[in-house]
Write a protein that binds this ligand. Structure first.
Ligand SMILES: Cc1cc2nc3c(=O)[nH]c(=O)nc-3n(C[C@H](O)[C@H](O)[C@H](O)COP(=O)(O)OP(=O)(O)OC[C@H]3O[C@@H](n4cnc5c(N)ncnc54)[C@H](O)[C@@H]3O)c2cc1C
Length: 363
């Protein structure tokens, strides 16, 4: 009698545990460009993922600048139905103060708000059949070849897990360890009004590896400063204040932000596998941002597409080879050049080179 009561209670416990655990084939943590585009591409292939993100609609500290090359790779960017800016020139100010206007040979650069862009991408995914779970993932465990994904509300049993949760990725932390402090840069800035008709402007920093920017985004403008070295952060606000008073005192500040950005300095970081038999990391969580320019949106979209392909083939691990083959050499080369390109004499020559080539540094 006693033992049957114990069995009954134990079974009930298991039953309630199971009832609280929803089963998901593919879960994507993070609905930034990487996660949403991956969800969209998977849904397009008939595999309908669940995307976990608690933050939308939200702005993200970002210039929102994408080069013409991105529009060739992702034609939906050519006809974005959200407010955005388009420019066929860019003004660069060299460390010595020389102003160089570069006209692009091919296409235009566009700038948009990440509030609008990320919402647009997420809608694309949901309209295609992906499921949005508006919950924050707070725990992760690997059990018998499955993942137990825990949010504040409940637990989920997940077959394949995609970490698209940005520079401080908790998925990455739990699987291969966080990006080191050394492999991150820092940015500070504002969203402002009153500069929407300005040219996209980049001012390189004398004596630092980084630059300041003005990027009109249609309805507002991102103005900021970024350095590859986190130790530079205390000086950034003062440097940006001087830049604003010299170049655009009319800017009307709406909000202020500070943000980290992947800035991989050691090519060994890029050699660490970022996908396994039932998991993959994409976008900022993978560290996939150009170490010289800070461009990450194009890589987030590329990662989303490639990871979706690998997962649809039931071989997430394939992503390790796919990203290296598609654009890996570009990032590896940039880790080697980043120390050189920001040396003042070279940077002066590099800006002249871009002018002669009619090319953008954000390719
Ligand atoms: C100041 C600044 C300026 C930049 N400017 C440019 C630019 O002009 N052009 C360019 O190409 N790149 C730029 N970048 C880089 C670009 O913003 C990133 O590379 C890009 O956003 C990466 O996309 P992602 O989807 O990987 O990550 P994110 O855009 O960071 O999205 C991650 C998502 O995951 C969600 N998330 C995080 N943790 C959890 C959790 N535990 N549970 C659920 N959801 C979670 C977050 O809410 C977020 O929505 C800039 C970056 C910074 C910091």
């Amino acid at each position: 009698m006693e033992s049957s009561i114990v069995t009954f209670i134990a079974n009930k416990h298991v039953y309630y545990k199971l009832r609280r655990t929803a089963v998901i084939k593919v879960a994507i943590v993070g609905a930034g460009p990487a996660g949403s585009y991956c969800a969209y591409k998977l849904a397009e292939k008939g595999s309908y993922p669940s995307v976990f993100d608690y933050s939308h609609p939200r702005e993200k500290p970002c210039g929102g600048l994408v080069p013409a090359t991105a529009q060739e790779l992702f034609p939906f960017l050519k006809a974005l139905p959200i407010p955005h800016s388009e420019r066929s020139t860019m003004t660069m100010i060299t460390p010595s103060g020389r102003k160089i206007v570069v006209g692009f040979r091919k296409g235009k650069i566009i700038g948009f708000s990440r509030l609008k862009f990320d919402q647009y991408l997420l809608n694309m995914a949901v309209n295609e059949g992906a499921d949005l779970v508006e919950e924050k993932v707070i725990g992760l465990e690997r059990k018998y070849g499955w993942w137990k994904v825990r949010t504040q509300k409940q637990s989920y049993a997940v077959k394949t897990l995609v970490g698209a949760d940005g520079v401080n990725s908790m998925v990455r932390r739990n699987i291969i360890g966080s990006l080191s402090k050394r492999d991150k840069g820092v940015c500070f800035g504002y969203f402002v009004k009153g500069l929407e008709n300005e040219d996209v402007t980049i001012k390189f920093l004398p004596g630092k590896k980084g630059y300041m920017w003005i990027i009109p985004r249609g309805e507002d403008t991102s103005i900021g400063i970024g350095s590859m070295e986190i130790r530079d952060s205390p000086e950034l606000k003062t440097e940006l204040a001087t830049f604003i008073s010299n170049f655009c005192p009319q800017a009307e500040k709406i909000s202020e932000w500070t943000a980290l950005i992947p800035n991989v300095k050691d090519s060994k970081t890029f050699r660490i596998p970022i996908a396994g038999s039932n998991w993959t990391l994409i976008g900022d969580a993978a560290g996939h941002v150009d170490p010289i320019t800070g461009s990450g949106i194009i890589y987030a979209l590329l990662d989303g597409e490639l990871a979706a392909e690998a997962i649809a083939e039931d071989n997430p691990e394939l992503f390790n080879k796919m990203w290296i083959k598609t654009y890996g050499q570009q990032l590896l080369r940039a880790t080697k050049l980043r120390g050189w390109i920001y040396k003042q004499p070279l940077l002066e020559v590099y800006c002249m080179y871009l002018k002669v080539q009619n090319a953008t540094p954000f390719a």
